[in-house]
Ligand binder design. Sequence first.
Ligand SMILES: Nc1nc2c([nH]c(=O)n2[C@H]2C[C@H](O)[C@@H](COP(=O)(O)OP(=O)(O)OP(=O)(O)O)O2)c(=O)[nH]1
Length: 145
Amino acid sequence: MSGEQSHGSVVQVAVGVVLDAAGRVLVARRRPEAHQGGLWEFPGGKIEAGEDLLAALRRELHEELGIRVEEARHWFTQEHRYPDKSVALQICLVRRFSGEPRGLEGQPLRWASVAELMALSFPAANLPIVAALQTLSAELPHGPA
Ligand SMILES: Nc1nc2c([nH]c(=O)n2[C@H]2C[C@H](O)[C@@H](COP(=O)(O)OP(=O)(O)OP(=O)(O)O)O2)c(=O)[nH]1
């Protein structure tokens, strides 16, 4: 059993809510055999020991999507306990990046409006993120659509 799955530990995850100029959000489909496989996710991955959150975010988004994050900030933390592990999703808003996102690990990608996100299947931990995006898009005239 790996350390992350040992009883009581919480896996820290850097999660990027990547927005385009139209306020759409980038989502990727998790590979079928992964934890929460087959569901849509916001790109990101586990923070390594001793790694800074934004450094982890930049690393993961470069590895998975080939983009360079240019402006990002921590938005909020979403903790969730799955039957098999507990995660703390460190949600970051990515407002500026360079490069065109590609699914470098073979994962399907799509840009979705906040309304379109509602129709996708996400891991349970993500539902408060989708709700927060709805609130954000209602508050900000130029925020997510
Ligand atoms: N990246 C990401 N992970 C999420 C989301 N929602 C959610 O519950 N998770 C969970 C699933 C996993 O248990 C964990 C992220 O781990 P991961 O498997 O993506 O991490 P990783 O890229 O380091 O992958 P690996 O080394 O295990 O292959 O967080 C989400 O929106 N994005």
